[in-house]
Unconditional design. Sequence first.
Length: 403
Amino acid sequence: MDKKTMDTLVGALHRMKEDARKSEIKREEQGWNTTTLPSSLVEILSSLTKHELDTIRKNYNIRGISSLKKSELAAELARQIPKLYLNTISLLDSESYDLVKKIVKQSGYIRSFDLPFSKIEVLKDHSILFPGTYQGEKVLFIPLELLNAFLEKENSMLGKIVNRNTTWITLIHGLLYYYGVMDSSKLLKKLEPLTNEEIDAMHFFNVISFASKYNGQVSLSFGGMRDRRVSDERKLYEEHLARPTLDYYPFTKEQLLAAGQLNYVEKNHALKDLLSFLKYYYEMKEEDLNEISLQLVTMINKDAQPAMAIQYLQKWIEIPNMEFLQELTEKVMYLYNNTRLWILKGHTPSEVAQKEKTHLLPLPKQPYLSNAKVVDLSGYSKIGRNNPCQCGSGKKYKKCCGK
């Protein structure tokens, strides 16, 4: 991927994120309607738009009522949903299930919660709970009929199902962290030996479908699922098919459970070496190093050229001299050759090179300059973010080259 294409892609992603952020803010502003508590389900459903009711109807797979008028649709949904409520609850993971139990224990609503509105919206779209404003405060609440349905049928078996769902979801996130994409049948075949159980395919797909909306770490793709970082799943599927003799790397259950956590980055020896190198010369916060790690691993998997990785690092550091640039380039190339890649089904180029006796990415004859400002700094030491920038601009380092 050349620089122009990468810049275009990055710009498009930034615009998409900004549009999504603005859209979420607008939806959130409209989502906290004033309510009275306790409320019946039909009262709450009647306050929603026809589009919102249709979304709930589709999520419950209730057919034959889409042509009803809004008031009639709300009444029919209020009649049917309590009978199906526990089936929907059985799709939840531990986080969302614990939230429901907390609301139930506190007489049907809570005032204090730490949950992004995007997740609240998914729960509302499945009529699991609803957001509202009560006595001037934002609350999450469950209508009376659903509260009673939960109390009547909740048992220890439901808790075990939710724990199993959580394990499934985390393992799937881990598999897709390393493989990028995978079709549904292969995901099931990978999951069953990891969980030592025969998995009901329909329930599994319903759980993963809900999790893809709620967590956002993975999404449905044609015939399977993809990691949220993958932008061209078709191309990646083709890359997998082009390597029929290369098996998917056999990760352990522990590795996958770790990789399934939000914003996980595998800090292998090559990445640790690069981070240690940066920490030696620059004062950098741990959160900055984590961000650098996440972006570099993503860039490598998206087939960005090494020169672009150097250019990205220049947003964080100043290149002091040619010797530094040469050493940095070597460490970046080492990272490229030892990062687990989606296109290699979770293997690193080094591992594949040993098996296929192919060549790794060679170290360039000249280090990647990327329009770097090379400054001669004798007696060079760590650069404090509040120190004057070494480029001579007169600004603090954090306000200049350390941005």
